[in-house]
Design a protein around this ligand. Structure first.
Ligand SMILES: Nc1ncnc2c1ncn2[C@@H]1O[C@H](COP(=O)(O)OP(=O)(O)OP(=O)(O)O)[C@@H](O)[C@H]1O
Ligand SMILES: CC(=O)N[C@H]1[C@@H]2OC[C@@H](O2)[C@@H](O)[C@@H]1O[C@H](C)C(=O)O
Length: 373
């Protein structure tokens, strides 16, 4: 039987769900083949509710439970798209790795353990698809004192790692994270700052568009150096890894406080240009600090389709080629979903999914919880 897994990712951009059906040839992810990719956007009511649940509000428990159900109905539709496209029957798929929707991420805070919360209803997904589901990949790492994020570096190492060569992988989702795959075999990874979450918010507010296609609007503006340096002073950027972040920090309130706490350009296009530069600067700074000898930077996530952002990052890293991951046979919008297919496989095989050097957890841990078909 082919080793078939589905990965489902709905990330911090809140743009919808990416799913992939993957075939694994052996235990190494290098032998992974994406058989099918499907994407479904959230309808506006679901997107608005998921966004609202990122901040405290009335009757949250009830609303969060219903939002988990709504999310899973989109997941089930994506699974059905994948099976139809690939003409594969549900019974042939070993498991689905379903990330869920992060609405809070506070590892290590409050009582020392803190929490990370992904809305989901894996029982309903198992019911709707008839396939085993693995979910809640982050909590065990947090329980072991880790950040619970980013989790993709282990997958990046397995698919993009090259012995004796330093490679940097940059994910530009709602939040940005890097993986530094050093020539000597060490792997470091951490969230390096905001990516599309703030740019999408600003674009929607001022242009009525969910995102700035190709970064054309940002490219039309001028970087506001004063605003940029105020943003760069955010303590998260100077923090040493392990570190992770999310909409808990980089949200509309953060942006509003940056805009109101000193002089800033009145022109919204200039703010967009400044946000793009903040992403480029923070990613390039992280790469220079942890993978200074990288001559290749592989970019995944929707930001890889933002030509302006890609050029800005490249201009900060003149000694490296900055290319989308399609170059390595895995298109940018498939990487994270494939990582959760890979993590589901790791769970089924009782292999640890975390890298302690990345998350800071006390040890390697098997990640996820099992919901049988
Ligand atoms: N053609 C494009 N031009 C500019 N930006 C784009 C383009 N296509 C997608 N994007 C951006 O990519 C985002 C989606 O990226 P992605 O699917 O990687 O996010 P995500 O899964 O939410 O990420 P993460 O979990 O890493 O935070 C969109 O919200 C948009 O901002
Ligand atoms: C808590 C959470 O959902 N974090 C996401 C988010 O989106 C990007 C970045 O922040 C990364 O840390 C993580 O996602 C990827 C899939 C990860 O865990 O590697």
């Amino acid at each position: 039987m082919a080793d078939l897994y589905i990965g489902l990712m709905s990330g911090t951009s809140l743009d919808g769900v990416d799913g992939v059906l993957c075939e694994f040839g052996g235990s190494a992810a290098a032998s992974l083949r994406v058989v099918a990719h499907a994407h479904r956007g959230f309808d506006s009511a679901v997107a608005a509710e998921l966004m609202a649940l990122n901040t405290a509000g009335a009757d949250e428990l009830h609303r969060a439970a219903l939002a988990g159900n709504a999310l899973v109905r989109v997941y089930a539709a994506v699974v059905s798209d994948l099976l139809r496209q690939s003409r594969i029957d549900a019974s042939q798929v070993r498991a689905i790795g379903a990330h869920g929707q992060t609405v809070r991420h506070r590892p290590g805070e409050f009582d020392g353990t803190g929490y990370t919360l992904q809305l989901n209803n894996p029982a309903l997904l198992a019911e709707l698809t008839g396939i085993d589901v693995i979910a809640d990949f982050r909590s065990r790492d947090v329980a072991a004192g880790g950040q619970g994020a980013p989790l993709v570096p282990a997958f990046h190492r397995a698919v993009f790692g090259r012995p004796g060569v330093t490679v940097a992988v940059l994910n530009l989702g709602g939040i940005a994270n890097i993986t530094a795959l050093s020539a000597d075999g060490r792997t470091i990874g951490f969230d390096c700052g905001p990516a599309n979450a703030l740019m999408d918010h600003w674009c929607l507010t001022h242009r009525g568009q969910p995102f700035d296609r190709d970064g054309a609007w940002a490219a039309s503006g001028r970087i506001d150096a004063t605003l940029l340096s105020r943003m760069q002073a955010e303590p998260f950027f100077a923090k040493a890894p392990p570190k992770s972040t999310g909409r808990d920090l980089f949200n509309a309130v953060w942006l509003a406080s940056m805009l109101s706490s000193g002089p800033s350009s009145a022109n919204p296009a200039d703010v967009q240009a400044t946000l793009a530069e903040l992403t480029a600067w923070s990613a390039a700074t992280a790469i220079q600090a942890h993978a200074s000898d990288a001559t290749r930077v592989l970019v995944c996530g929707g930001g890889a389709l933002n030509g302006h952002l890609m050029r800005s990052i490249a201009s900060h890293l003149p000694h490296a080629t900055v290319r989308p991951t399609d170059d390595q046979g895995l298109p940018p919008l498939e990487v994270e979903a494939a990582a959760f297919a890979w993590l589901a496989k790791a769970f089924v095989e009782r292999q640890p999914g975390n890298l302690t050097a990345v998350t800071g957890a006390a040890g390697p841990r098997i990640l996820g919880a099992f919901y049988p078909a």
